[in-house]
Design a protein around this ligand. Structure first.
Ligand code: 13P
Length: 338
């Protein structure tokens, strides 16, 4: 039976002021790419070791409310803490475990440059199993590409519909759905185009969530920031990113949503922190939702490089520095740490 209060409470804790979410849910192929970048062979053991380095960082719970895990990781255990299952270990530190449940973005039939996220088949049963394993929130990422004639309505509506069906299934299992419609930053488009596409994407996502009776107080939205395309000749500054991102959210995200936790999407770690900080610095009073981070690369990149396969303490030090800076950014008070 769906427990409305439990869902609301979990969502509230996930976006508590001063804390954010660590996205450590790279699929095995993506994790393999990350590990090869530092010359580490990807095996179940090395991925376990890498995740262990991240998750057992001393004091992580001061800045991190939840961690998104991958199917392999949620079934793994710490390597240095009596082999405690990760979920149990995190719980003991007051950190909530989440699970990536989509099965990836696949080519959208008839729309060769676009993607549709799959994973609805058998999802109800998988959610029941993940709940038993201790997951209290989940993630589903939709990918929206900007191009001359993209995104198509087929991509926007198809992905929004899937997100809404996923969200309804999660809530039925008392798992808070993270709703992640990611408008990609790759391309020569301007920040204005990013704004228009993000606005339309969010609008359609909320239409579909409402249509599918998703309880908005029991979700966390994970959007992209509104920024210039990575190949755009004019790169909007931090003030402009904050202004356009706030405008887009204000116009499209209902008041009932408890929190917004941005993805970093390929921005540099410094940019991701500076943007989050400026949004909160300028608009804290005008935002009905808590606005925080749910970064993957922007939290992990420094840690991955410092760790380099064996240097646990250096990796953990790099992670906690980034987590701390982003925690400050949720109050609009980040300082540059590079
Ligand atoms: P990035 O912050 O690296 O974009 O990852 C967030 C995420 O969870 C992607 O789905």
């Amino acid at each position: 039976m769906m427990d409305v209060e439990q869902l609301k409470n979990t969502a509230k804790i996930m976006v508590e002021k001063g804390k954010g979410i660590l996205a450590a849910d790279e699929s095995s192929p993506t994790c393999t790419k990350r590990l090869s970048s530092i010359g580490v062979k990807s095996t179940s053991e090395s991925r376990n070791e890498y995740r262990d380095m991240l998750l057992t960082t001393d004091g992580l719970e001061d800045y991190i409310s939840g961690v998104i895990l991958f199917d392999e990781t949620i079934k793994q255990s710490t390597t240095c803490n009596d082999n405690t299952p990760f979920v149990e270990y995190l719980q003991s530190k007051g950190i909530i475990s989440g699970i990536k449940v989509d099965t990836g973005a696949k080519s959208l039939a008839h729309f060769k440059d676009e993607k549709i996220t799959e994973g609805l088949d058998g999802l109800r049963e998988r959610l029941i199993e993940y709940y038993k394993l201790g997951a209290r929130f989940a993630k589903w990422r939709a990918v929206i590409t900007i191009g001359d004639t993209l995104p198509s309505d087929a991509c926007l509506y198809g992905n929004a519909h899937a997100l809404a069906r996923y969200a309804a299934l999660c809530q039925e299992s008392n798992i808070v759905p993270i709703i992640e419609p990611e408008v990609l930053m790759e391309g020569p488009h301007t920040i204005e185009t990013c704004y228009e596409v993000s606005k339309r994407a969010l609008n359609i996502v909320f239409q579909q969530l409402v249509l599918n009776h998703v309880m908005l107080e029991g979700i966390v939205l994970k959007p992209n920031m509104v920024i210039s395309g990575s190949n755009c000749s004019v790169q909007a500054d931090v003030e402009r990113v904050a202004e356009m991102t706030f405008k887009c959210l204000k116009e499209n995200v209902p008041l009932e949503v408890p929190g917004i936790a941005f993805l970093s999407g390929g921005q540099s770690s410094d940019d991701a922190t500076a943007h989050l900080s400026k949004i909160n610095e300028n608009y804290l009073e005008d935002m009905p939702w808590n606005v925080t981070f749910s970064y993957g690369r922007a939290l992990q990149n420094d840690a991955l490089n410092a760790w380099s396969g064996s240097n646990r303490l250096a990796g953990q030090e790099a992670l906690i520095k980034r987590a701390n800076a982003n925690s400050k950014a949720t109050f609009g008070k980040a300082i540059n740490i590079s």
